[in-house]
Design a binder for this molecule. Structure first.
Ligand code: WTA
Length: 650
């Protein structure tokens, strides 16, 4: 976040007390805080017993003897898919709609809990027939269609491990993730609808698997786009052909609580994405607990909608596992918010009478830009609770969200968490917390948060520092796939026995937490995490580039935008104009990583500012990219560099 926006954030004094009617009917009560404060572990054990069905009950709550790898509910056994499906049917809720799905072109499909259960059982039989069993990794590269949810749950049902790769990632990124996880099966689709067109997906899988030996044996292809695709006989199989003969009987067996559930790759401070590993019992407990209490879920009457793609952690925890574990009815939408018209989301809220809506600040800001007239054309009166996630929400966007989308009454929950935390950690509880626009505010019951200075001392009130988590929590990551040392180094080495989140935070006069953005080289573009190093390595992989530096510069809509500075190779510099070089390199990054990583700007420069020890000074480049006066440059080897760069940009 830029220093000006931090300033305005910390001067925000508006307060919104809970509405008494809402509070009277709220799911969460203050006794949750009391119980958790009284006995944190007993509190989590109660949640685990209350919200999760155990094939074999646990007797042990937390084993922290192998810290920082936790074991939660370690001697218990459960089946995650059974918890999301069968048990609701057995409890008499089989006729409740689990998923109202709408495709971008307007085609629809609704699945009740009974129907979804049958689909997942058949898919589990199919995967088992292809040799998938406990511990095997399955890569899922699908659009937001019901099969994405079905595939994830089928993998979970078998005790196997899914690695969902966001459909916006390009072949190279997909390949790196498939290889790192050693996936034996890939589930994909021919194509997906995006912005009114079919975006092919299968070619990326073909390209990924064409490059050298692979662990992948089969590719299951869901028909969605009906676009022409290449076919590798013996490897590729149509999902609909293969699933047709499958039995709809499948007994879900229990797996131990620490059985791996999924790997999800996220950007860190180095070029190589980290495979964040989550397991079963603790994860399911905390996603179910948070989904129920933070969103005030009344499963009999609510229609819930989280706009995240299933390829991100928000899609895992708050599209798939949280809502389905709680027996919620939800909307799933394939497309973009502005296709075929800019009111598409509001039209969907009106059509499905969505009551709980969870989205990202970047989306809210882009709607603000388009004007309130668009949402005001639709009946949004069904909405009774709004959520925000992915990046700090600026107070103006918060207030607009409440007024224009929430009718001036819907409480907003600003939820702070990470791929690594698995579930929401810091958030208001609706009906209890008096909310402050721009602040995630309070750790949830059972969660221990602190803000420390560089030396590890608590900063006290009205002071800023680094956000940490001081006690293990049920849905915490259990490691980085295949790299335990990196897990320890990244999160547990800065402070002793304390999880370092990588975010800056401020505590206000009440001790409430205001998140201030990343303190490392991780950027947050439209709520998506990208590392500067990852994009720099994509840039230098192009023959034109000699050196590259990337920064996340403030952007009014996307929060941050990727801005790159490159030095061209001497002998090639004369062969292209700076504009051509910039266009080529922007396209190259999109090809290498995916369109989300495409730089907003690529500046061709003569030199990059470096410290005497040769480290690129990203701070200075960020100042330049954000058009600020460049501050102290005394540690630079050559102070003229910045002047030259700024001149180039004019
Ligand atoms: C940022 C997304 C401020 C933060 C769930 C974190 C937030 C990173 C908020 C994780 C919020 C997420 N307020 N910042 N409410 N929510 N962040 O792994 O910088 O994609 O470290 O998980 O997003 O991003 P990730």
């Amino acid at each position: 976040m830029s220093s000006t926006s931090i300033d305005s954030l910390l001067h925000e004094k508006r307060r919104f007390a809970p509405d008494p009617d809402f509070a009277a009917n709220a799911v969460a009560g203050t006794e949750l805080y009391e119980r958790a404060a009284d006995d944190r572990l007993a509190f989590w054990a109660e949640q685990a017993r209350d919200l999760v069905h155990w094939h074999r009950p646990f007797t042990e709550t937390l084993d922290w003897s192998k810290a920082p790898v936790a074991r939660w509910f370690g001697d218990g056994e459960l089946n995650v898919a059974y918890n999301c499906l069968d048990r609701h049917v057995l409890a008499g809720h089989g006729d409740r709609v689990a998923i109202h799905w709408e495709g971008e072109p307007g085609d629809t499909r609704s699945l009740t809990y009974a129907e979804l259960t049958v689909e997942v059982k058949r898919a589990a039989n199919l995967l088992a027939s292809l040799g998938v069993g406990q511990g095997d990794r399955v890569a899922i590269y699908l659009p937001v269609i019901p099969e994405a949810v079905i595939a994830m749950l089928a993998v979970a049902r078998l005790g196997a491990v899914h690695s969902v790769v966001f459909g916006g990632f390009a072949a190279e990124s997909l390949r790196a993730r498939i290889d790192d996880a050693g996936a034996k099966l890939v589930i994909t689709a021919d194509g997906a609808y995006r912005k009114g067109k079919v975006l092919p997906l299968k070619p990326a899988v073909d390209a990924a698997l064409a490059a050298g030996e692979t662990t992948v044996e089969k590719v299951l292809v869901v028909r969605r786009g009906e676009n022409e695709i290449d076919w590798t006989a013996g490897r590729d199989l149509w999902w609909h052909d293969e699933i047709a003969p499958m039995s709809d009987e499948h007994d879900a067996r229990g797996f131990e609580a620490e059985n791996p559930l999924f790997i999800l790759y996220t950007s860190g401070t180095t070029g190589k994405p980290k495979g964040i590993l989550h397991t079963s019992g603790g994860y399911l407990t905390q996603v179910a607990f948070t989904h129920k209490n933070v969103f005030d879920l009344k499963p009999e009457s609510d229609v819930y909608w989280c706009t995240a793609d299933v390829g991100w952690i928000t899609g895992h925890s708050y599209v798939v596992y949280g809502p389905l574990a709680n027996g919620a009815t939800q909307l799933l939408y394939e497309g973009t918010p502005d296709t075929p018209h800019p009111g598409r989301w509001w039209e969907l809220i009106e059509k499905y009478k969505v009551s709980i809506f969870y989205t990202a600040p970047t989306a809210i800001r882009s709607f603000m830009k388009l004007g309130r007239e668009i949402p005001q054309k639709f009946d949004l009166s069904s909405l009774r609770l709004l959520g925000s996630v992915g990046e700090p929400i600026n107070p103006e966007a918060w207030v607009w969200y409440r007024e224009i989308i929430g009718g001036g009454t819907a409480p907003i929950v600003d939820t702070w968490w990470q791929t690594e935390t698995g579930a929401i950690m810091i958030s208001a509880l609706p009906g209890i917390t008096t909310t402050k626009p721009g602040a995630a505010q309070v750790p949830l019951p059972g969660i221990s948060v602190d803000v420390l200075d560089e030396e590890g001392a608590h900063v006290g009130k009205e002071a800023g520092g680094l956000l940490v988590l001081t006690e293990p929590w049920p849905s915490m990551l259990r490691g980085i796939w295949g790299d335990e040392q990196r897990y320890k180094d990244t999160y547990w080495s800065k402070f002793a026995n304390t999880y370092f989140a990588g975010d800056g935070a401020h505590l206000d006069e009440d001790g409430d937490v205001w998140l201030l953005g990343r303190v490392d080289d991780v950027m947050n573009i439209s709520g998506h995490r990208l590392s500067t190093m990852e994009i720099e390595s994509a840039l230098v992989s192009h023959e034109l580039t000699a050196e590259a530096a990337v920064v996340g510069a403030h952007d009014d809509t996307t929060g941050q935008a990727v801005v790159a500075f490159v030095i061209l190779k001497g002998r090639l510099a004369g062969t292209v104009t700076p504009q051509e070089a910039s266009d080529l390199l922007r396209a190259h990054v999109a090809e290498q990583i995916g369109a989300i990583a495409r730089p907003r700007q690529v500046f061709v420069v003569e030199e990059l500012p470096k410290t005497r020890s040769g480290k690129i000074m990203r701070r200075l480049l960020q100042d330049v990219a954000e058009g600020r006066e460049v501050g102290d440059t005394t540690t630079l080897t050559d102070t003229s560099v910045i002047r030259i760069i700024s001149d180039t940009m004019k």
